[in-house]
Design a protein around this ligand. Sequence first.
Ligand code: ZN
Length: 470
Amino acid sequence: MKLSLFNTLTRKREVFNPLDANLVKMYVCGPTVYDHPHIGNARSAVVYDVLYRILMKLYGSSNVLYVRNITDIDDKIIDRASKLNVPISELTRQTIIDYNDDMEYLGCLKPTKEPKATECISQMIDIIQKLLDMGFAYESNKHVYFNVSRAKNYTAFSGRTTEEMRESGRIENDINKNNPEDFVLWKPANEKDDESVKFMSPFGMGRPGWHIECSAMSHTFLGSTFDIHGGGIDLIFPHHTNEIAQSCSAFPGSEYARYWVHNGFLTVDNEKMSKSIGNFITVKDLRDKQIKGDIVRLCLMTAHYRKPLDYNKKALNDAEKMLNYWYRIIGELPLNTEGSTKLDFTDIDIPKIFFDSLLDDLNTPLAIKLINDFAKEFHKTDDYKVKIAAAKKMMYCAQFFGLIRLDCNNWFKGDLDHNSIAQLIQQRTNAKKLKNWQLADQIRSNLLELGIAIEDKHDGTTIWKKVNKG
Ligand SMILES: [Zn+2]
């Protein structure tokens, strides 16, 4: 069994071979903690969570080292704290708490390590000093810049020419730079800056630039060459391009990341998400609306990770219907639906055909189709043993995906609609016709636990009414 991944570095799908199968190393660019993550950030988190689960299943749960950083020092953080008139440390502390709640809501497992940039300042200073000593960087007006013209193959990763880079609008104008595409490694502190963003360095009091943060944190926890680096497609240039330039210059002979994985854009109602057009959705908005996390998570997995994904009301409704369908099957069977966070990924019993679809560059749309095929298998047969086997396959696959985190009663609590009740009653009627009394009784007792009592009439019909649960 081999995983194949599309590698941005070579622009090819490649068989993934880790440097050390006993310690597979993955780094993913994490949040800049100034505001709530939006649904596009959520997509990225879910994509790498799925990849993390696949790696754990392949190599063993304890043999995968997944590092996702927290950028807790950045101009955006400084600006927002001053706008809100709160201390920077308070803003970042609260945003990290909210971020963790969002991740739990989305069913994302905790990475092995989540280093904060402010905890790795000395490592950043060391790399900047190295780059200065080796002539890859220069000081100018209290700033330190990386000299892009000294980097090997700087344009190769993004495939953009220098002109295209300049026209991208992603290069900061700065009179202190020798060339426009040079980027900042260290910037001086402002007089009015909060003490928590001022750090002493050989280049003066100040703070690091964003790109050097990821180079230093990945080096600290994963070494100079590691297996996988992930992030959104918008990070290819300049962020990842600059990470490669810094790290490969500071550590000669290192490859930095060997496989680069990038997830596609997310649009909302077919438009780019933006605060100005009012289609900006945060994970917190969804939580506040009490939309179940499984629904959002499934919705975000319906497109292949490299393709664009459109988030809209219909996509969300479709995901909800699908989950209701799966939960109804589980509700008919005496299965244990303990939360997926407790699963051991090495031992979890999922069909080969399902795992193969994920090994094929994370083909989640096909994997979801297979889960639905198992659900169909359940309905096609009257053989109870075959039914149980199909339901188990369906449930384990969904749980491997981080779904089906609730038990059936909690899932349907409060929102069992008339349609679902009618369907369950129909299933019970069918079971009775086939003299499957065990199943018929199971459906009756499941409905009762959900607060629905049923009564069989002499004419063969069944009526239902709401009663107190339990
Ligand atoms: Zn990064």
